[in-house]
Design a protein around this ligand. Structure first.
Ligand code: ADQ
Length: 467
């Protein structure tokens, strides 16, 4: 079996349970193949001119962890600038939030070259390389330029927008050309995959070879949709573990007279948090019987606080929660409990299970794993209801959720109302169907289906005509 090498911006130590489903699933494959995980250490070198340093190698069970440090200048241009100031907003359809500073792309290219330079000497000829996410789109092209001929796959965890949005990025043609250095490019949804197909057909004049294969820039690329899942078994296990149970009991005790609604997100403008609050406010305004009987717990973990669009969303959310509580709250009831923090992973399932409704209403999301975790944590005999944005990748699979348009405040409020009142039988039927889907398409399916295709996919040419 060939060795798997995973490359991502940050790496997670697979021995730590806090690492989450993706790290656990990747660790499993990495373990089986004695693989390696390569990425940024998270450390920033403050002194200008400090060397880009050596690769730090660490053994975590059968898996080798290889990390490098970044200089402040590189980190700011590559990570804050190009990755999170250009690619993240544009790929989430937010051209208004993109900052096309010309210096960023040079930093992005520099760090991808650095990754390639540090990784290449560690590779064996028959390794299979799997690159994760938007930070590293040109990595395969940089590796090819150094003579690496291994099979290389790429998976995009965030959405890919339609061609006319993508084309707003100066240098968009360079980015997509760089994708052709891979043997396989995977997307979260059929919609994202079809945006890719439309782009390469219309902008790159690629030849359609059928079944997701494209020919352009003297290369052949296989593309497809590989929706990511969660480790359902692991999550059900966490629900039944002492910490999960304890959290569940506590929430049930605390909210015994009320129905709980829950939202769990990174504090990111793509997650539609202010829109969600406005829909909840509408629910309270239109349905007086919900006063005193429904409480929304919103947990938003701090994220990318040194990018300015993120501090704006924080203030907007705080002010909306404050005004809802101010206008509707009673001495013994606060409609919204908002917490700006991360909840320990072991406690999330208890919170999900104690909630009657989950609000997963992003304006755009590659997939959204919270939706799947909520389903996995429910009691099948008395399950809660998932209110899900049609603009989350997960909506393509989770058809039995209550699908909403988060921009439609009244429509979302009505769906929340419906969810709060849904009879047990309907809740059970919907939950059964949703559970079946997340079990079938779990994280192990995701890993295996991507890697099986990658093992078959091979571009017919090597060389580097695209750089
Ligand atoms: P994210 O945007 O980070 O990921 P998501 O999939 O919703 O989004 O969540 C990732 C994980 O973080 C989940 O396991 C969740 O439980 C956890 N999490 C989120 N907020 C938390 C909080 N406040 N406290 C504790 N844990 C929290 C990107 C894409 C997604 C895609 C994933 C995986 O944006 O669309 O689903 O990658 O591909």
């Amino acid at each position: 079996m060939a060795r798997l090498v995973v490359v991502s911006n940050r790496i997670a130590d697979p021995r730590k349970t806090a690492a989450g489903g993706l790290a656990v699933a990747l660790a499993e494959v990495l373990n089986n193949t004695g693989g390696m995980w390569f990425g940024w250490s998270g450390k920033i070198l403050e002194q200008p001119g400090e060397s880009d340093g050596d690769v730090k190698l660490q053994q975590a069970g059968a898996v080798k962890l290889a990390t490098i440090d970044l200089t402040r200048e590189d980190h700011d241009a590559y990570y804050l600038g190009y990755s999170n100031g250009v690619l993240w907003p544009v790929f989430h359809y937010r051209l208004d939030l993109a900052d096309f500073d010309a210096g960023y792309i040079a930093g992005y290219r520099r760090v991808n070259q650095l990754f390639a330079r540090k990784l290449a000497p560690l590779l064996k000829d028959d390794d299979i390389i799997w690159v994760q996410d938007y930070h590293l789109i040109p990595l395969a092209a940089e590796l090819r330029a150094l003579g690496c001929n291994q099979r290389i796959g790429f998976f995009l965890h965030i959405p890919l927008p339609p061609p006319l949005i993508l084309a707003a990025i100066p240098g968009h043609d360079w980015l997509i050309r760089a994708l052709f250095a891979y043997d396989l490019a995977g997307f979260q949804s059929k919609a994202d995959h079809s945006h890719f197909s439309e782009y390469v057909r219309s902008e790159a004049h690629a030849q359609d070879l059928g079944e997701g294969r494209w020919r352009a820039f003297n290369r052949t690329l296989q593309a497809g949709a590989y929706p990511i899942g969660i480790d359902v078994e692991e999550f059900v296990g966490l629900t039944e573990a002492p910490e999960g149970r304890e959290m569940y009991e506590r929430m049930k005790r605390e909210y015994s007279r009320r129905k709980l609604l829950v939202g769990v997100d990174r504090l990111d403008y793509s997650k539609g948090l202010p829109h969600r609050m406005r829909a909840f406010r509408e629910l309270l305004a239109r349905n007086p019987e919900t006063h005193n009987s429904a409480t929304l717990i919103q947990i938003a973990s701090p994220s990318r606080e040194d990018v300015s669009a993120y501090s704006d969303i924080l203030h907007e959310l705080e002010s909306l929660c404050g005004s809802i509580n101010g206008n509707f709250g009673e001495l013994d009831w606060m409609p919204v409990r908002y917490m700006h923090r991360t909840v320990a992973r072991a406690r999330l399932p208890g919170l999900y299970r104690a909630s009657r409704v989950a609000l997963v209403t992003p304006l755009r999301d590659g997939m959204n794993l919270v939706a799947k975790e909520f389903i996995a944590a429910q009691d099948p005999e008395n399950p809660g209801v998932l209110v899900l944005s049609r603009f989350a990748g997960a909506a393509e699979q989770l058809r039995e959720a209550l699908l909403v348009n988060p921009y439609d405040t009244e429509g979302t409020a009505s769906a929340i109302h419906l969810a709060l009142q849904m009879p047990l039988e309907e809740r059970k039927t919907r939950h059964q169907a949703l559970m079946k889907t997340i079990q079938k398409y779990d994280v192990h399916w995701w890993c295996a289906s991507f890697l099986d295709t990658l093992a078959q996919a091979r571009s017919e040419e090597s060389g580097t005509p695209w750089l």
